[in-house]
Design a protein around this ligand. Structure first.
Ligand SMILES: *[C@@H]1O[C@H](CO)[C@@H](O)[C@H](O)[C@H]1NC(C)=O
Ligand SMILES: *[C@@H]1O[C@H](CO)[C@@H](O)[C@H](O)[C@H]1NC(C)=O
Ligand SMILES: *[C@@H]1O[C@H](CO)[C@@H](O)[C@H](O)[C@H]1NC(C)=O
Length: 340
């Protein structure tokens, strides 16, 4: 569901960029299906940001697909082309990962756009500009990435879709926050030397964003260590107001950077509309690997088909005086496997 919205924003809005001005943001923002009221309001007041948000969501989706390329679940859900069929309905680890990486992706993209000067209401973080770090002996300079702005923007937009007051909302909000927190923890310091021929008599330093791959990698680790939680109601009739670790002695809250899930994952072997599983039929698998992406695991015991193909390329090229190049054709037989 989320993916569809953001893909829609991303692809249609890039094209519609010029018509935003011509048509007015009212019409454009009303055309995006599935926006929560507060998201629609933000779209109308900040049309420049909405394009960056689309890019951020795409960043998250691409990274998700990369991290899970060898998994039975490959980051897609059934109903890709409909607005409401897309969200993983089960409050699983996989849902936790998609929320965290999307929230982090939006924060990353917005922060990067601020640094590039592409958004009207933000820029570099210059609060510490000119100050010295006494202990380390360097000075703040350059363009520090304003990750606080990016995170706050992600909070305002991404979190605004949680309109139902249920346990799933608490789960989603926690994972959104965890994704953003992990981005913040990964921010880096970059420095540059000054002085005669780079003698480094003075140094200036600034904060930069990490590569998003690094965020994806960390989130994938957190996915592996995700904890199951259950909702706690403040009083008997109230809506759930907290999450606590399931099967913990006493009362224990999950930590800020832990991913949390409510329900166990399906095995993603078969197509199942109820869970959103696409199944693994037709997926490429590795016939020799014993672990990541192996046919045994990927195909869930259904077996696999082998497809032979021949790869050909030019090789052993020689230059003859003068002037032509003569090559041989080399070829290699290859096999790929797909799940039955
Ligand atoms: C962002 O700014 C760069 C130049 O600073 C420009 O090339 C690029 O097209 C801008 N992107 C958007 C989405 O406005
Ligand atoms: C994920 O797997 C499904 C089922 O095999 C396939 O239809 C879909 O294209 C795959 N998605 C990606 C991003 O590889
Ligand atoms: C299959 O797995 C093996 C061992 O993990 C690896 O060396 C090989 O590159 C993989 N093949 C493909 C096609 O991914």
């Amino acid at each position: 569901y989320l993916f569809v919205i953001f893909s829609y924003i991303f692809f249609n809005f890039k094209m519609a960029l010029s018509s935003v001005v011509a048509l007015g943001t009212n019409i454009i923002c009303n055309k995006i299906p599935g926006l929560a009221p507060r998201q629609r309001a933000l779209c109308q007041s900040r049309p420049d940001a909405i394009i960056v948000i689309g890019e951020g969501a795409q960043l998250g989706i691409d990274e998700c697909q990369h991290q899970f390329r060898f998994g039975r679940w490959n980051c897609s859900a059934l109903g890709e082309r409909t607005v409401f069929g897309q969200e993983l309905r089960v409050g699983s680890r996989e849902a936790a990962f998609t929320y965290a990486i999307t929230a982090a992706g939006v924060a990353h993209a917005v922060t990067a756009a601020c640094s590039r000067g592409n958004l009207s209401q933000c820029g570099c973080d210059r609060k510490k500009q000119g100050y010295h770090d006494r202990e380390e002996g360097w000075k703040w300079g350059g363009c520090s990435a304003d990750v606080k702005y990016g995170v706050e923007f992600s909070r305002r937009f991404v979190d605004a879709r949680e309109v139902k007051k249920n346990a799933r909302r608490l789960m989603n909000l926690h994972n959104n926050e965890a994704g953003r927190k992990i981005l913040e923890e990964r921010m880096k310091l970059e420095c540059k030397c000054h002085g005669v021929s780079g003698s480094c008599t003075t140094r200036t330093c600034w904060v930069t964003l990490p590569k998003f791959r690094e965020v994806g990698h960390t989130l994938k680790e957190r996915y592996g260590e995700a904890v199951q939680v259950e909702p706690v109601r403040a009083s008997r009739l109230r809506q759930p107001s907290f999450l606590r670790l399931k099967e913990a002695r006493g009362y224990q809250k999950p930590s800020d950077t832990e991913l949390v899930y409510l329900e166990r994952s399906p095995n993603y072997c078969e197509e199942d509309a109820a869970t959103g599983s696409t199944g693994t039929r037709g997926r490429l698998c590795n016939g020799t690997s014993a672990q990541a992406g192996s046919c045994d695991v990927m195909c869930c015991g259904r077996g696999h088909d082998a497809h032979d193909y021949t790869r050909a390329w030019q090789c052993n090229c020689k230059f003859h005086w003068c002037c032509f190049v003569e090559c041989n054709t080399c070829s290699e037989k290859s096999q790929v496997f797909t799940c039955k």
